[in-house]
Ligand binder design. Structure first.
Ligand SMILES: Cc1cc2nc3c(=O)[nH]c(=O)nc-3n(C[C@H](O)[C@H](O)[C@H](O)COP(=O)(O)OP(=O)(O)OC[C@H]3O[C@@H](n4cnc5c(N)ncnc54)[C@H](O)[C@@H]3O)c2cc1C
Length: 405
């Protein structure tokens, strides 16, 4: 069979490799001058290829449509992904949180490994070649139209055009248009794994401050909807960093509600324990100003903001602080409240939430239920996960299934 693949990113290269390995003639079209431009920037240039957790745990990290991925993850698991990369000459290592990276710490080695695989399987790669549309006859995919005006006919078409974030990498959402034009539903597209914009202007004063080991809670209309623990960062517009990006994947269904991001600066201590600790600290500096009493408790940059939020006058002597005031300080430390006014755009989003509706895709083969011979894989589908290598695992698994079938 002649298989045409649109998009030479993670899912497209995997689909091409597998389809060719099955003995098919494979043509891979990529509009950029090289393959895997987005892969190159993944994991801050190191490419977090997958996650070495137990296979069942993979599902816990998928945010949207995890049930759809059952066949994909079991047919081409994280372990199989790792075996394949080792086989293709890219040794891997496992780091904190089971994150898997190439030993070399270079994403380019992941791309080179795939390129070697494509070459060995005689996949014909066409670079600088943009696909403009699909050719469908009697509900059967039979070819593609190129930007040049040429048409290419084939027996099977796989769409792996990615999402629409970081558009300079080539993911400009073309696949969503292809899907819509042939009658597929595309669910609402929103940027995810993306920083938050925050109303409180003290964030600006904290710009550049990174907090480790904080507890965070996302609330919608006062109801807790997500909790996490880890690292975050203040920026000129609001907040970013791992726990913020992960939280952003969970706000899709709460749009229109009041969203708050609560930070517990001292998650290891209960309110009572923290009050005790503050009292002990205060006893050491009884005659100092309140403003000079928090050095042991907080990073320098955060002190003026916490003082402001506590409502305790900066120049009040520590020995004059009342129990109520101290408890108010403890409340601020345990629950620093930020109001989310929005998320940053697709330009800064790691992934796109939403995509081709998976209800219209066969989860065992990735074939469209509407058009015979048409397949979708990777981020173009309405699938997404948190950080840690899980999004690439989705691309590898769905790309593999599309290629195999
Ligand atoms: C900064 C950043 C860091 C990330 N880090 C990680 C990480 O470490 N681990 C992880 O798991 N995930 C990470 N991700 C997410 C991950 O990169 C994506 O989930 C993954 O690349 C999706 O693969 P894909 O093949 O579906 O799409 P893409 O990799 O986006 O590939 C789509 C390809 O299709 C091509 N294309 C599009 N339209 C056309 C057309 N009309 N004709 C021809 N070609 C076309 C594009 O040029 C592109 O090359 C990161 C994302 C970003 C932005």
């Amino acid at each position: 069979m002649k298989v045409i693949i649109i998009g030479g990113g993670a899912a497209g290269m995997m689909a091409a490799y597998q389809a060719a390995k099955e003995g098919n003639q494979v043509l891979l079209y990529e509009k950029n001058e090289k393959l895997g431009k987005k892969l190159f920037i993944t994991g801050k240039g190191r490419c977090n290829v997958t996650n070495a957790c137990e296979i069942e745990e993979l599902f816990d990290h998928v945010v949207t449509n995890k049930e759809f991925l059952y066949s994909g993850f079991y047919s081409f698991s994280n372990e199989m992904v790792m075996e394949l990369f080792e086989e293709l000459g890219c040794p891997l290592k496992v780091e904190r949180g089971n994150r898997v990276f190439p030993v070399s710490d270079h994403s380019s080695d992941v791309i080179s490994a795939l390129e070697r695989g494509l070459k060995a399987q005689h996949v014909k790669v066409f670079l600088n070649t943009k696909v403009k549309g699909l050719i469908i006859k009697e509900e059967q995919a039979c070819g593609v139209r190129l930007e040049s005006g040429d048409t290419v006919m084939g027996d099977k078409i796989i769409v792996t055009t990615g999402g629409m974030s970081y558009q300079a990498t080539g993911s400009t959402g073309d696949g969503y248009d292809f899907a819509k034009k042939v009658g597929h539903k595309v669910t609402k597209l929103t940027p995810a794994l993306v920083p938050f914009q925050i109303r409180e202007d003290f964030c600006q004063k904290l710009m550049g401050l990174s907090l480790r080991n904080v507890g965070v809670t996302l609330c919608a209309d006062g109801k807790k909807v997500y909790e996490d623990f880890g690292e975050m960062l203040f920026t000129h517009f609001g907040i970013s960093g791992p726990v913020v990006l992960s939280a952003s994947s969970y706000i899709r269904q709460y749009q229109g509600k009041e969203l708050k991001f609560l930070i517990d600066l001292k998650p290891a201590l209960t309110k009572e324990q923290l009050d005790h600790r503050v009292l002990k600290d205060f006893q050491q500096v009884m005659n100092k100003d309140f403003g000079n009493s928090l050095d042991h408790l907080l990073p320098k940059k955060l002190i003026p903001v916490v003082i402001q939020l506590s409502g305790i006058p900066e120049h009040k002597k520590v020995n004059e602080i009342t129990k109520e005031e101290r408890q108010q300080l403890v409340s601020v430390l345990k629950r620093m409240e930020l109001t989310i006014t929005g998320v940053r755009g697709f330009k800064e989003a790691i992934i796109t939430q939403g995509g081709v509706d998976v209800k219209e895709i066969n989860p065992g083969t990735m074939e469209s239920k509407k058009i015979r011979g048409l397949y979708f894989a990777g981020e173009v589908l309405d699938l997404d996960a948190v950080t840690g290598g899980f999004n690439l695992q989705i691309a590898w698994s769905t790309g593999y299934l599309a290629g195999m079938n």
